[in-house]
Structures are given as structure tokens and as C-alpha cells.
Write a protein that binds this ligand. Structure first.
Ligand SMILES: Nc1ncnc2c1ncn2[C@@H]1O[C@H](COP(=O)(O)OP(=O)(O)O)[C@@H](O)[C@H]1O
Ligand SMILES: [Mg+2]
Length: 592
């Protein structure tokens, strides 16, 4: 009387489809990969209604013999590998033999193909039993219609037509970057969206790639992009990396390919982020198109059915190599033409610009020292004598407690001069403290002021993060966040506490989800409020290595003066120290 029974084949494929066929873009990815594996040099893509109604991919590849057509749709049938040995050094995009079967289990599929051995083409439809003769000169046409027609639950996850199309376009962009030798066209609802020519005969591969990269990423990126080509033993990293003058608010221009396959890999992203860390403002993201090549045996691409995750055998070595190769590239001195661009300083007369630079309105009492200095400078100029160095010496009482910023040291500390002498401020710690206190005050006063995001911020999320966001939606709302699923593995942030609008919201939401997942009580905001606020403040605060202007530095000093306990950061470290003139004198053994 057993109760365990094998699942029907169709159901198995539909379950597998959950992993491979997330949305139209994932179908397109599988079809493009198949065309490339078949040696296509020209691929035409037609989409209707974001790909939900129709995805049609036509290629000029090898074609499929009629006897193989049924097998192409069968689960675990592939022409690409035949042994474990093959699997360990797989060079094709596909090898699992499950994409077409999965797609055919959730959509109406037809394959039309003409193999070189055949006098004409043959067609097989997923709902028919036999092949039929068809008209096609060469290659293969695959049509996927009515995606999820038989699984309405999945259809509910689909977004608007425009969003699904955008995802499809992104898939095509990635493929096109990896394969500048192949021509692509893309149309949506019968209007042409992209036309990318293949390789120009006689042009070098580097030229063809540069032209393709320009078409895909655009003219703004290009002037700042630095070519690189580094190798170490079996490792090679090549492509284009943008100098810090060109950076992005998001990670949308980060393309990493491993052996020609687009991947989203934490290790590689981290190595890249580190290479840019010292030169890029903390809330900006670098732009790059990078190709890592290595022995296929050194990387496992069979981690996830969609194959955008990989696992490296020598993770440490790869990280080091990528980091150093990028860092070297970015550190190469600029050409004369490039360095001439930022060379002209914007000179402004000292008069009122000092007060303005300090972020002060002319009428404010705190602006007085600046204005006095400005007037003194004017008078001195008229009298032909040099002005007094600062008005604070003349009237120490008018100067604010933390004084005025003079400089920023290595992007970490602010140096300020006050009445007593020298003030050193840890910029990040101080800002964190200010945000923390403000968040507390704002939450004490009621629901926090929030800011709706014009363009919701979308972040990819693990299943666990998705679940936490759902379970803790109320806690998140109490803290001022609106976070909702935007897809099976994507969260959209639509609203943030206004105080944190300038910070790195993605990191912020991730850390909050982590915190909330660890303490999943329903009253978590009440019981762990301050810890949560500290996390928020930490991610909302300016990062070290961010260049601040005098205005921003002085604004920070003024905020510190207004903030309770601003002298301690949330981790208990001091946020500023005072070195009095006497301290300085002692350092230099200077008798006073
Ligand atoms: N565009 C195409 N041109 C030629 N052969 C194709 C094409 N698409 C699919 N095939 C054949 O169908 C088989 C199954 O495809 P798929 O389900 O994606 O599995 P995989 O790519 O992992 O082998 C492939 O191994 C290949 O032989
Ligand atoms: Mg495939």
C-alpha cells in the first residue's frame, strides 16, 4: 500500500521550469544560448507583448535533423555533453538538456529547422506527435507562444509588458557584448529596437568588441573607458573599465563574463568594488565590461540551472588576480588630454563665497565670522595691506564650537580650526551619529517622515530575504520603508525614511533584512529599535573616502554641534578630538 509514486513527466518539467523559466527574458536567454551553441552568426529576435505572447528566435546555425527534433524537446536530452569528463570542461552554454523541455511544459513551442542533410526544413510543435515538412532556407526558428498559459500562478509574477521587454533587452545586450562577432536584431510588437552588425571583415577582434561595447553601453561611458588585458598563468582578464570620472548610481553598467558567460558573482563584484574603493565616492558604482577567461575545469557553472552563478576552485587566487589587474589599470596615469580637462579651477573672489561655501545664509549669526573676514579682506585690499588670517582670531567668541573646516585628510578625516586650536573629525562616524540621533528623535515624534522614490529601487534578493521582507513588512513600514516583491527574486524599495534618502539604500535594506531575519519577533521594532536605527544610520552615513567640499564639511560640523552626544559614534568610538594650541605647542616643544 505504498503512498510514494513517481511524478508524471510533464509535472517534473513544470517544476524544473520554475528554476529555468522565471520570465520571458530567461526563455530568451536559453534560446539565444542554443543558437550560439549551434554556431549562428546572425540571430533575429521578435517579441510580442514583452515576450509573454511570443518569443521568436531565428538563427543561421547548424540546424536540427528531423529525428532529433523530438529529442530536443525531451528532458535531459542534449547534443553537447556525454560524460562527466565533458561536464568538467564544458565549453558550450548549454549542457543540461532541460531548457527546451522546461519551456515546452509552460508554453506552446514550435521548432522549425533545416539541417544540412535535409532537402527541406521540418517542424515540430510541442502539442503534436509528429514532425511536418516546413519552409525554411537554413538554420532554426524557435517560437515560444503564450508563456505560462497553463500555469496561471506563475503568470501572476510577470510585470508590465515594458518591464518584461526591458529584461529581454538586457539579456540580448549581455549576449551581444560577449559575442561581437554575431549580428543581432531585436523587435518588439513589430517595431525594430536594435540592429547590431556582426564583425567587420578585416577588423581586429578588439576593434569589433570596442564598436559593440559602444553600441551597447553608449557614448558617455566610452571616453572614460580604459582598455585592459592582463594575464597570469591560465588566467586572463580583458575588457573595458571606466575611470572614476564616470560612475553610476546603480550597478547597471557592470558586465562580468566568465568564459563568455554573463555571471553575477559576489567574488568578482567584490574584487572590482575593492579596486575602485579608494578612488570612487562611496555611493557611486563603477562601470565595466570584463571578461575573465580560465581553464573550464577551474570553474563550476553547474551551480544553478540558469548558470548565472559560478563557483571557482581557487576563489582566493581569482579574487587577487582580478583586484590587482583592475587596480593597476585604474592607477595608470591619465593622458595629457585627459588630465587637462579637470585642470581649470573655478576661481571665485573670497568676499561672500566663504559664507556660502560654508552653507550659511548671509543673515545667519554663524555666517558673521565669514562676512567679517570678507569685509576685512575688502578693506585691506583698498588700503593695500594683507588681511588678518581669519576673523576668528579677532573675535573668538563668534566662532562655532567645532570651528570651520580647513581640509579633508585622505578622505577620512576633516581638519577644522576652532577658537581653541585644531579639531579632527572622523567624517563617517560623525555623520552616522547625527543620523542615528535624528532617526531616534523622528521616530519618537511619530511615524518617520518618508520619501517616495520616483523610480523604485530594485534589488535581487535571496528566497530568505524575500520571505523576511514579506513577514516583516509591518516592521519595515514602522521604520519608514516600503519594500515589496517585484518578481520571484526581486524586491522593490518604493519608500525610504527621508533622512536616509542620500545613502546606499540597497545595502541598507539588505542589512535591515538580515537584522530582522535574526530577530523575527513581531515587536522587533519596539524591542530592538536602537540596534535597527544604528544599522540604518551606518548605511545612510557618508562613507569614508568620499570627497567632501568645504560646504559639506562645514554643514557636517554644524550638524554635529546641534546633535546630542555627537562626540561618540554609535560604536562607542569618538567622532572628534580637540588639539588645543597648547597641545600643539607641546608637540613642538614650543614655549608660550
Ligand atoms: N537553435 C538551435 N540550433 C541547433 N540545435 C538546437 C537549437 N536549439 C536547441 N538545439 C538542440 O536541442 C538540444 C536541447 O536544447 P536545450 O534543451 O536547450 O538543452 P542544452 O542546450 O542544455 O543541450 C540541444 O542540445 C541542441 O542539440
Ligand atoms: Mg540550451
Amino acid at each position: 500500500m505504498g503512498i510514494i509514486k513517481p511524478l508524471p513527466d510533464l509535472l517534473i518539467s513544470q517544476i524544473a521550469a520554475g528554476e529555468v523559466v522565471e520570465r520571458p527574458a530567461s526563455v530568451l536567454k536559453e534560446l539565444l544560448e542554443n543558437s550560439l551553441d549551434a554556431g549562428a552568426t546572425k540571430i533575429d529576435v521578435q517579441l510580442e507583448e514583452g515576450g509573454v505572447r511570443l518569443i521568436r528566435v531565428a538563427d543561421d546555425g547548424s540546424g536540427i535533423a528531423p529525428d532529433d527534433l523530438a529529442l530536443a524537446l525531451a528532458r535531459h536530452a542534449t547534443s553537447k555533453i556525454g560524460s562527466l569528463d565533458d561536464l568538467e570542461r564544458v565549453a558550450s552554454y548549454g549542457f543540461r538538456g532541460e531548457a527546451l523541455a522546461s519551456i515546452a511544459s509552460v508554453a506552446r513551442v514550435s521548432i522549425t529547422s533545416r539541417h544540412a542533410s535535409q532537402a527541406h526544413a521540418w517542424r515540430l510543435r510541442s502539442d503534436a506527435d509528429a514532425v511536418e515538412p516546413a519552409a525554411l532556407a537554413a538554420g532554426t526558428v524557435i517560437e515560444v507562444a503564450d508563456l505560462y498559459f497553463n500555469t496561471p500562478a506563475r503568470r501572476k509574477f510577470l510585470k508590465t509588458e515594458a518591464t518584461e521587454f526591458a529584461h529581454c533587452d538586457e539579456v540580448l545586450r549581455r549576449m551581444a557584448l560577449a559575442r561581437p562577432d554575431v549580428a543581432f536584431t531585436l523587435s518588439h510588437n513589430a517595431s525594430a529596437k536594435r540592429r547590431l552588425a556582426g564583425a567587420v571583415p578585416g577588423d581586429t577582434a578588439a576593434h569589433n568588441f570596442a564598436r559593440r561595447a559602444r553600441e551597447i553601453i553608449g557614448d558617455d561611458f566610452f571616453p572614460h573607458a580604459r582598455p585592459l588585458d592582463a594575464s597570469a598563468g591560465p588566467l586572463r582578464l580583458s575588457g573595458l573599465a571606466a575611470l572614476p570620472a564616470y560612475s553610476r548610481a546603480g550597478r547597471d553598467e557592470q558586465y562580468f563574463f566568465v568564459n563568455g558567460r554573463f555571471v553575477r558573482d559576489k567574488l568578482l563584484t567584490h574584487a572590482a568594488r575593492q579596486a575602485w574603493a579608494d578612488i570612487l565616492h562611496g555611493q557611486r558604482h563603477p562601470a565595466y565590461v570584463l571578461f575573465l577567461e580560465l581553464d573550464p575545469a577551474g570553474v563550476d557553472v553547474n551551480v544553478h540551472p540558469a548558470k548565472t552563478e559560478v563557483r571557482f576552485r581557487d576563489a582566493r587566487g581569482i579574487h587577487q588576480f582580478v583586484f590587482h589587474a583592475l587596480q593597476r589599470t585604474l592607477a595608470t596615469p591619465l593622458s595629457a588630454a585627459e588630465s587637462a580637462a579637470p585642470a581649470a579651477p573655478a576661481y571665485a573672489p573670497p568676499a561672500f563665497s566663504y559664507a556660502r561655501q560654508a552653507g550659511l545664509a548671509v543673515g545667519e549669526p554663524a555666517a558673521r565670522p565669514y562676512l567679517e573676514f570678507a569685509r576685512a579682506a575688502f578693506e585691506a585690499a583698498e588700503l593695500g595691506v594683507p588681511p588678518a588670517p581669519t576673523s576668528m582670531e579677532a573675535d573668538p567668541g563668534a566662532a562655532p564650537l567645532l570651528g570651520y573646516a580647513v581640509a579633508q585628510i585622505h578622505g577620512v578625516y576633516i581638519l577644522a580650526q576652532n577658537a581653541a586650536g585644531l579639531v579632527l573629525v572622523d567624517m563617517h562616524a560623525a555623520h552616522e551619529r547625527i543620523l542615528y540621533e535624528r532617526l531616534k528623535t523622528s521616530l519618537d515624534a511619530g511615524p518617520p517622515a518618508t520619501q517616495a522614490l520616483l523610480v523604485p529601487l530594485v534589488l535581487s534578493a535571496s528566497e530568505a530575504e524575500m520571505a523576511t521582507a514579506e513577514e516583516q513588512a509591518a516592521a519595515l513600514a514602522e521604520l519608514g520603508f516600503a519594500v515589496a516583491p517585484a518578481g520571484p527574486r526581486e524586491l522593490a524599495v518604493r519608500r525610504l525614511p527621508a533622512l536616509l534618502a542620500g545613502g546606499n539604500a540597497v545595502e541598507l535594506v539588505r542589512s535591515l533584512l538580515r537584522e530582522l531575519a535574526e530577530h523575527p519577533a513581531s515587536r522587533v521594532v519596539e524591542t530592538r529599535r536602537n540596534e535597527l536605527l544604528a544599522t540604518m544610520a551606518c548605511h545612510g552615513a557618508v562613507r569614508a573616502h568620499r570627497t567632501l567640499g568645504l560646504t559639506e564639511m562645514n554643514a557636517l560640523l554644524r550638524q554635529m554641534e546641534e546633535t546630542e552626544r555627537a562626540d561618540q559614534c554609535n560604536h562607542g568610538r569618538p567622532t572628534w578630538v580637540q588639539l588645543s594650541m597648547a597641545d600643539l605647542d607641546r608637540m613642538f616643544m614650543r614655549g608660550r
